[in-house]
Design a protein around this ligand. Structure first.
Ligand code: V47
Length: 379
C-alpha cells in the first residue's frame, strides 16, 4: 500500500480533526485499526500542538502509598496483600508521622505535590485519612495534596461512623488539606471487563459519582484508563467517550472538571493476569494518540513514565502527549526494572527536562493544576 493510499483511508477523519469536529466511536476504532500509524501520530500531534504548541509539562512530586492491605482482589493488581492483623507477610500500613516525614523530605527536595493512594484497608478509621491530610498541611502548608482514588472515597463513606455521603467525605478531606483527586480506579468502564478483571470493585456509576461530586464542590480531578489486559479496543474507545460525556457536563454546569487523562499501560508482572503479554510499544502509542483525539474536551494527556517507560513517554510527546508526569521517587503499585522489593523509581527534574528537550519540546514545570512553577533558577 502506498503512503497516499494509506492516508486516503483516514481522510474523512483527518478532515473532521482539521475542522475540530467531534470523533465517533467508529472513528476511534478506525484510528486504532489503521495501518497508517504515521497519520495517526500526525493527527494526534496536530491537536496537541494546537492546544499546547511546543510546551511539554512535568512536575516535581512524590508518590506515597500508605498501605498495600486491600479488601479487594483485583486480578490486574500485584500490589495488594490480604490483611493480617498481626503484621507479618509483606503487608504494611504507614503511620501518619512516617507519611508526614516523607512529605517534608519531598518538600525539602523541591516537590510541589504529594500523590497519595493505597489499598482499601479494612480497619483504619476515617480519621486516619483526615489526620493524614491535616498533618501534612500543618508542616507543609504549600504542598498540594492529590490523594485518594474514587474507590478509596467510596470506601471512606462505608467505614465512616455514622456513614457519610460522598460530599461529606470530600468536604471533610478538603477542609483537612486535600487539594485534588488522582484519576485511578477507573480501569475500563464496561460490565464484562469489570466482572472478568476487578469483579468486587465498585463500578463505573460510583466512580463517576465521586468525580461528579468533586467537580460540583470545585475539586479538580484526573481520569485514567487501564488498558492492555482483558478489554478490547472498542471497549477502550467507549471508556473514553464516557469520560468525554462527563467532561461536557462538568464544563457546562460544575465548578471543576478533569485536568487530564492518564492512559495506564497494564504491567502484568506479579498479577493474576501475568500470563498476558501487556501492551506493545505501538499499542501504547496508539492508545495515547487515540486518547488525545477522542478527548477533545480534555486539556491534557499524560504519559505516566512508570508504566509506559521513560523512553516511550519521550516518544509520545510527538504522538499527542503534552505531560510526562513527575519525579515520582518511590512507587509501590507496579515495580520497576530492578525487581524485588525495590520501590525506588525516580527521574530527576534534569532527567525529565532532558527527555523533553531531546523530543523537540520546551519543558515547563507545572503544579498539580497545570500552573507554571517559577523557581529562582528558571525565573
Ligand atoms: O488505580 C494497578 C493502575 C492505578 C496495575 O491522577 C496498574 O495524576 C498498570 O491512577 N499495571 C494507580 N496499572 C495509578 C494512577 C495514577 C498514576 C499516575 C498519575 C495519576 C494522576 C494517577 O494504577 C490504579 C490502577 O488503575 N494499576 N495495577 C498494573 N499491574
Amino acid at each position: 500500500m502506498s503512503g497516499a493510499e494509506k492516508r486516503g483511508g483516514l481522510s474523512d477523519i483527518t478532515a473532521k480533526i482539521a475542522s475540530q469536529e467531534r470523533l465517533t466511536e467508529s472513528d476511534g476504532l478506525r484510528l486504532y485499526e489503521s495501518a497508517d500509524i504515521h497519520t495517526l501520530g500526525e493527527l494526534a500531534n496536530s491537536v496537541r500542538e494546537r492546544r499546547h504548541g511546543r510546551t511539554a509539562y512535568y512536575n516535581v512530586n512524590r508518590h506515597i502509598n500508605y498501605t498495600n492491605y486491600c479488601v479487594l482482589r483485583c486480578k490486574f493488581c500485584a500490589f495488594y496483600r490480604p490483611y493480617e492483623k498481626s503484621g507479618g507477610g509483606n503487608g504494611y500500613e504507614l503511620p501518619i508521622d512516617e507519611i508526614t516525614a516523607r512529605a517534608v523530605e519531598a518538600r525539602d527536595r523541591g516537590a510541589t505535590e504529594v500523590h497519595i493512594v493505597g489499598g482499601l484497608h479494612p480497619s483504619l478509621p476515617f480519621s486516619y485519612y483526615t489526620d493524614m491530610c491535616g498533618s501534612i498541611r500543618e508542616v507543609c502548608p504549600d504542598m498540594h495534596i492529590k490523594a485518594f482514588t474514587a474507590i478509596e472515597i467510596i470506601h471512606f463513606t462505608r467505614i465512616s461512623k455514622p456513614r457519610k455521603s460522598i460530599a461529606e467525605v470530600l468536604t471533610e478531606l478538603r477542609d483537612a488539606g486535600l487539594g485534588s483527586l488522582p484519576g485511578g480506579g477507573a480501569e475500563i468502564f464496561d460490565d464484562r471487563v469489570h466482572d472478568e478483571a476487578f469483579k468486587n470493585k465498585v463500578g463505573e456509576a460510583e466512580w463517576f459519582e465521586v468525580h461528579r461530586t468533586a467537580h460540583e464542590l470545585g475539586i479538580f480531578t484526573n481520569a485514567t484508563m487501564l488498558y492492555g489486559h482483558v478489554e478490547t479496543r472498542a471497549e477502550r474507545v467507549r471508556h473514553l467517550i464516557k469520560l468525554r460525556d462527563h467532561q461536557d457536563e462538568s464544563a457546562a454546569s460544575r465548578k471543576a472538571q478533569f485536568n487530564c487523562i492518564i492512559p495506564l499501560s497494564f504491567m502484568p508482572a506479579g498479577s493474576d493476569l501475568d500470563h498476558l503479554p501487556g501492551p506493545s510499544g505501538l499499542e501504547d502509542l496508539k492508545t495515547l494518540a487515540v486518547s488525545r483525539l477522542m478527548l477533545d474536551n480534555f486539556p491534557h494527556v499524560k504519559a505516566f513514565w512508570i508504566m509506559q517507560s521513560a523512553k516511550l513517554a519521550q516518544v509520545s510527546l510527538n504522538w499527542g502527549v503534552d505531560d510526562i508526569d513527575g519525579t515520582v521517587v518511590y512507587y509501590d503499585i507496579t515495580k520497576g526494572d530492578r525487581g524485588g522489593d525495590d520501590t525506588h523509581q525516580e527521574l530527576t527534574a534534569d532527567d525529565l527536562t532532558r527527555l523533553i528537550r531531546e523530543a523537540g519540546r520546551e519543558p515547563v514545570e507545572r503544579d498539580t493544576l497545570y500552573r507554571p512553577v517559577v523557581r529562582e533558577n528558571n525565573a
